[in-house]
Design a protein around this ligand. Structure first.
Ligand code: SF4
Length: 405
């Protein structure tokens, strides 16, 4: 590594205010990305393509909203991976909740799940928002705590749809262990785990152009720690950088990945030290292990990924919506492709296609008329591209003559 770059790393580590308004630092990072890429091209030739994948909807938001694709050399392909838990929740479970909602059970849900459309209608209804328009008691909340408070007031049979990654699981576990959940409220745990999904996705890309580096999810890593990615880095021999969510965080993570590639190294680096530790939140990890079993779980449009979901352990069945409301688990043999005809969400989630490759994107499927789940959630890649332009920043950069190609 050059002395200049060494100095740059020291500066980054020492600077507290490195974020959005620090144009000077942004400029240095971009220049260093170009410099390291120059070395890589010298080594591997002009046709070199470096695929870097992010695994968090918020990272995709940062990349797209701030036009970061226009700031990196054209040899770098920045793609989104499975970073949206709402997008991968099977239609089957939402259909089961719709049945309950229409039968009078109070449903608590996050806002994006409220608009999620099912593949099959239930009594002609295909989303919780439609169920509410028919009189069902569907309440949008921002947390389980809110659902607990509200359900205590009315005492009616209620269900909370627990969608999310590891980040939300510890909150659910704590509520259960502290017996904060009233008897009339049950948790439907549909929590998904990210490391198994990362392995599954990287494996798919091995058969084509392999992913050369990963920007690992910052929020999830606050719980599971940067160490959680070490096995993945070793198995796939790729750099993995746990990243924060400011544009400079992401650009720095890209630089770190390139730097490792140029030195023929691979390891996990924690760029997001202000929030993430190497070991993560061990108290949260213990609570999750105490309350949940790890199960093979279905991902919408994709199928079953081994050991990728969390369900309540049987000793906590009094809190379990599966038990209380006889919600049917999706068996491996009954899983069927559960996206609407023409929707390419599964390919987009796995980084095999871009939203603009979908024939329905911004024609039939828009943020106000979503067809697939990736257009519903704020973390869905199609929704992000629809609202913030996807590759438009590259077109603008070309027009302005500042294209990095
Ligand atoms: S644009 Fe709509 S239909 Fe196409 S993949 Fe995205 S969510 Fe699915």
């Amino acid at each position: 590594m050059s002395r200049e770059l060494e100095h740059f790393y020291r500066v980054v580590e020492g600077v507290e205010k490195i974020f959005r308004l620090n144009n000077e630092l942004a400029r240095i990072i971009v220049q260093n990305i170009e410099k390291v890429m120059g070395k890589l091209v010298e080594k591997y030739g002009n046709d070199l393509k470096i695929k870097i994948m992010n695994f968090c909807g918020t990272h995709e938001w940062t990349v797209t909203h701030f036009g970061l694709r226009s700031l990196v050399p054209k040899n770098i392909e920045l793609i989104a991976g499975p970073g949206c838990p709402v997008c991968v929740t099977p239609s089957h479970y939402i259909e089961e909740v719709l049945r309950l909602a229409l039968d009078g059970v109070v449903v608590y849900t996050y806002g994006d799940t409220y608009r999620l459309r099912t593949v099959k209608p239930v009594k002609e209804v295909r989303s919780l928002s439609e169920a509410r328009s028919l009189g069902a008691l569907v309440k949008v909340v921002t947390s389980l705590a809110e659902a607990i408070e509200d359900s205590k007031k009315h005492g009616k049979d209620s269900i909370f749809i627990g969608i999310g990654f590891e980040t939300v699981a510890s909150g659910y576990a704590k509520a259960i262990l502290s017996k904060a959940i009233p008897r009339n409220l049950k948790l439907l745990s549909l929590v998904k785990l990210t490391p198994p999904a990362m392995k599954y996705t990287l494996d798919i890309h091995r058969q084509e152009l392999p992913v050369k580096g990963v920007i690992a999810p910052g929020h999830v890593s606050t719980i599971i720690g940067a160490k959680a990615w070490q096995k993945v880095s070793e198995e796939f021999k790729i750099p993995i950088v746990v990243s924060g969510f400011e544009p400079i965080d992401v650009m720095f993570s890209i630089l770190e990945i390139l730097k490792q590639l140029s030195e023929d190294r691979y390891r996990v680096v924690n760029e997001y030290k202000r929030a993430v530790t190497w070991s993560g939140d061990e108290v949260a990890q213990r609570m999750i292990n105490e309350v949940f079993d790890v199960v093979d779980d279905a991902w919408r449009g994709i199928g079953f990924i081994p050991e990728s979901g969390l369900r309540l352990k049987s000793r906590f069945r009094i809190f379990d919506a599966f038990e209380e409301f006889k919600i049917r688990e999706l068996g491996k043999n009954e899983w069927v492709y559960d996206l609407s005809p023409g929707c390419r969400c599964a390919d987009i989630i796995l980084g095999k296609a871009l939203p603009t490759n979908c024939p329905l994107f911004m024609k039939v499927c828009t943020p106000s008329t979503p067809v697939g789940p990736c257009m519903v959630s704020i973390e869905g890649t199609c929704s992000i591209w629809a609202k913030h332009g996807g590759m438009i920043a590259i077109e603008i950069a070309k027009d302005l003559g500042i294209d990095k190609g």
